[in-house]
Design a protein around this ligand. Sequence first.
Ligand code: ADP
Ligand code: F6P
Length: 479
Amino acid sequence: GCTSVDKQTTFDFVVAANRLPVDAVEREDGEVEWRRSPGGLVTAMDSVMRGRDGAWVGWAGTPGEAPAPFESEGMWLHPVPVSAEEIEHYYEGFSNDTLWPIYHDVIVPARFRRTWWHAYRRVNERFAEAVCEVAAKGATVWVHDYQLQLVPELVRERRPDVRIGWFNHIPFPPVELFAQLPWRAPLLRGLLGADYLGFQRTADAQNFVRACRSYLGATTKGDRVTLPAEDGQPTRTVRASAVPISIDVASLTELARSESVQQRAQEIRASLGDPKTLLLGVDRLDYTKGIRHRLKAYEELFEDGALSCPDVTLVQVATPSRERVDAYKRLRTQIETTVGRINGTYSTVGATAVHYLHQSYDRAEMAALYLAADVMLVTPLRDGMNLVAKEYVACRHDLGGALVLSEFTGAYHELSQAFICNPHDIEGLKQTIMRAITGDERTKRRMMSALRKRVTHNDVTRWANHFLANLEASPEKPA
Ligand code: ADP
Ligand code: F6P
């Protein structure tokens, strides 16, 4: 239910993220349709915003003029316009071809372009202005992710009355990698405009604190960063600490318990020919997710004769992502070539080795897939958290299934009782996959039960409350 309203409204709680929770998609008849946006940020924040009377400032996913602000499911959505050129320079360029690789261990090389930086600054200014428009006096402003690192400072300059928090959904890089960024100092200053900065892992927060010491000459004590006084500005202290994100465990568990989802899970298995073992991968098609490493291990297990059709099949769901960025185009070609080769070599008439789905699904279908899968493969080379791992665990109310989890995810720090792997070590990954497939059922149920305790304990509401409490208790309150 979306209604357009002309009146200007202000809010005590304002969220700013690159994307709105829904993307505007123009249909063939010219009408605009709203679809849920991709990624973990939206999964988490969508639940947090429900029941809170707040505004969400973000891009509607299409170039040019922004749709008028409107209300949707109790949220006030305030679209920010981003031109076609800015999408190329701010979003695809600086955010996803400069920052994304630097913040993910330089799995692919980062590209530095001054025009991209200029567009990033300009779009961050526009976001800051939009935030100031909708924020009531003394509001709480929660800025999200690497696309908006200048927004905290830009909002503070304009609105010293509001309280500003920022949460990074992705890793924050070690200082040796962050060092490469020609714009490292202004990025840090941008973030330090916040009162509180939240990260996925303690290591991410520590990387940030170290960078402030190295590149701003800030003094630091534990998780606090103090900026030296400058041009009449007093010193400010900002806290940076870990608040690991989560999912809406209760609602997902309930969905997975529903009759229709359980039936759909059985249907999925049946339509795959009722394999003895169903392996599953669910990722945005991103080079950080280790999909190539996963397929390499899987292919070698067929080559070795450890796995074969029709006993085993893999469903790999790969959500389309950032399709105009070169590194993503190359990855797609590599994945699709590999899947073709594996299927050509190891599928049989009627039994396919890899089912590759370059598509998006609704929550019920995702829950059914999780419930159907005997082994979930989560093998990123680097990932801020990885909510897919938590979703899988939340859906396994039957204590069935096994989670293979990379030690390079944020989730590993909570879910270390899973089948842990280093995806770079193909031999080790193969062994871990085999242990997850052949492991004793009782042991696996015990592992799943332990994982469920961890996931249930820290759900998304707890995460948001934790973040907001830290923001509220931050060292300095606005005047
Ligand atoms: P990221 O934020 O990097 O995309 P996460 O694992 O943290 O990674 O979050 C991904 C989110 O997107 C999860 O909530 C997952 O259920 C959802 N998702 C992933 N692939 C699909 C898909 N093909 N269709 C629908 N939802 C998807
Ligand atoms: O946190 C990961 C993240 O990059 C979010 O910032 C983003 O919204 C999501 O994944 C999906 O990526 P994109 O918005 O570039 O499609």
